[in-house]
Design a protein around this ligand. Structure first.
Ligand SMILES: [Zn+2]
Length: 56
């Protein structure tokens, strides 16, 4: 199935239907995308870099 990267608009091809909270990576821009929702349609959201301290 095909998804659209919300970051760069490239097509992301997946062999299987994703599940909620699955992380997929866009091969075009390298963005990490989390599957927020699968029904009634699949919604992807860009995963922010968390867990790394950029401020120090
Ligand atoms: Zn992308």
């Amino acid at each position: 199935m095909k998804l659209i990267c919300p970051e760069c608009g490239a097509e992301i091809i997946l062999e299987d239907k994703p599940v909620e909270n699955e992380i997929v990576e866009c091969s075009e821009c390298g963005a990490q995308l989390v599957v927020k929702q699968v029904n009634p349609e699949i919604i992807l959201e860009v995963l922010e870099d968390i867990g790394e301290d950029w401020g120090e």
